[in-house]
Design a protein around this ligand. Structure first.
Ligand code: PBG
Ligand code: ZN
Length: 334
C-alpha cells in the first residue's frame, strides 16, 4: 500500500450532521419515513360493459379490461378484499347517440353494476364517473350545438345522470365534464331527491391532457371533431386550478380532484395547502400506459417505479389516488 492510499483510508471528517445515520437499516428508514401509502388510499377504476362473462383487454392498457357486470362484481369483491379505498365505475353503453341517452338509463351497465355491487359486496365505497363522452356519438363531454359544447344544457343532462347513479345506490358521484356550475346543480338535485348522503368528488382541476389517449380507446370516446380545450384546463395554469377548486367547494364538492397526477404534482400540493380538504389525484391512462410500455421493454422495474410514482403523488399532498395500479400496488404492500 502506498502512503497516499493509507492516508485516505484513515481520514475522518469532522462532521456533526451525518444524514446517512438515519438511512442505515430498513428499521431506521421506516422510523423516519414521512409519507405512507396504504391500500385504503387507492381507488380502482373499472370499465363496465353489457353482457356476461366478458373480459376484453384494452390494447394500450395491458392488464385493464372492459368487464361485464358479473365480472365487475368479482373485481369489486377482490378490491374490497385487498383493502382498497373504493372503485370508480365507467360505462360502455350498447348504443351511442347525439345526447348520450344511455348515460342516465337505469338499466345501463353502470347503474346495473352499482346495484349488483351494493347487493353483494359490503363495505366498499362505490363511485361513478359522471360525464357524457362515453355515451355520445360525437365523443364530446356534453350536448353539442354547431360544434360547441353547450354548458347549461349539458349540466341539466349531467344532473339526470348523477340522479340515476344515486337511485342505483352509489356512494360518490364524480363529475368529470368540467362544465361550469355542475357541482352545485348536482348537489341541489341530489338533496331535493333525498340523496343527501351521496357525496360528490369533483374533477375540479382537470387539464386538457394528451395523457388521456388510452382511456379514449378504452371507452371509444375520442372526439369526432375538435378537442376539449373549451372546457378542460390549460396545462400552463396554476391560479386557475385554485379558482376551479374554490368554486367546486363553494358549490358543495366533498372531495376535489387534480388530474392527471405525476405531471401536476405542484398543483396537487397547491390545492392541498390552500384548501385543506380531501384531495384526490388521478394517475391517468397515459401515465399507466407509459409505465407498462417501458416495463414490457425491460426498461423499468415495475414494482419500484409504481411504488415511487404513487408515493410521490401522496407526498405532493394527495389523500386519495385513483389508479389502474390499485390492486397491483395493494399486492406489493402485503
Ligand atoms: C371523461 C373522463 C376522461 C377520463 C376520466 N373521465 C377522459 C377525458 O376527459 O377525455 C380520463 C381517465 C384516464 O385517462 O385514465 N370525461
Ligand atoms: Zn367526458
Amino acid at each position: 500500500m502506498t502512503n497516499k492510499q493509507s492516508k485516505r483510508r484513515t481520514l475522518v471528517l469532522d462532521l456533526i450532521q451525518r444524514p446517512r445515520r438515519l438511512r442505515r437499516t430498513p428499521a431506521m428508514r421506516a422510523l423516519v419515513r414521512e409519507t405512507h401509502l396504504l391500500p385504503q388510499h387507492l381507488i380502482y377504476p373499472l370499465f363496465v360493459c353489457a353482457g356476461t362473462a366478458i373480459r376484453r383487454e384494452i390494447p394500450s392498457m395491458p392488464g385493464v379490461f372492459q368487464l361485464s357486470v358479473d365480472e365487475v362484481v368479482r373485481e369489486a369483491e377482490m378490491a374490497r378484499n385487498d383493502g382498497l379505498g373504493g372503485v370508480l365505475l365507467f360505462g360502455l353503453p350498447e348504443e351511442k347517440d347525439e345526447r348520450g341517452s344511455a348515460a342516465d338509463d337505469p338499466e345501463a351497465p353502470v347503474q346495473t353494476a352499482v346495484r349488483a355491487i351494493k347487493e353483494t359486496v359490503t363495505d366498499l365505497v362505490v363511485m361513478t364517473d359522471v360525464c357524457l363522452c362515453e355515451y355520445t356519438s360525437h365523443g364530446h363531454c356534453g350536448v353539442v350545438v354547431d360544434e360547441e359544447v353547450i354548458n347549461d344544457i349539458t349540466v341539466a343532462r349531467l344532473v339526470d345522470v348523477a340522479l340515476s347513479h344515486a337511485e342505483a345506490g352509489v356512494d360518490v358521484v364524480a363529475p368529470s365534464d368540467m362544465m361550469d356550475g355542475r357541482v352545485g346543480a348536482i348537489r341541489g338535485a341530489l338533496d331535493e331527491a333525498g340523496h343527501q348522503r351521496v357525496a360528490i368528488m369533483s374533477y375540479a382541476a382537470k387539464y386538457c391532457s394528451a395523457y388521456y389517449g388510452p382511456f379514449r380507446e378504452a371507452v371509444d370516446s375520442a372526439p369526432a371533431f375538435g378537442d376539449r380545450r373549451t372546457h378542460q384546463m390549460d396545462p400552463a395554469n396554476t391560479d386557475e386550478a385554485l379558482r376551479e377548486v374554490g368554486l367546486d367547494l363553494e358549490e358543495g364538492a366533498d372531495i376535489v380532484m387534480v388530474k392527471p397526477a405525476l405531471p401536476y404534482l405542484d398543483i396537487i400540493r397547491a390545492v392541498k395547502q390552500e384548501f385543506c380538504c380531501p384531495t384526490a389525484a388521478y394517475q391517468v391512462s397515459g401515465e399507466y400506459a407509459m409505465v407498462k410500455a417501458a416495463v414490457a421493454n425491460g426498461w423499468l422495474d415495475e414494482p419500484r417505479v409504481v411504488m415511487e410514482a404513487l408515493t410521490s403523488i401522496r407526498r405532493a399532498g394527495a389523500d386519495i389516488i385513483i389508479t389502474y395500479f390499485a390492486r397491483y400496488a395493494a399486492s406489493l404492500l402485503k
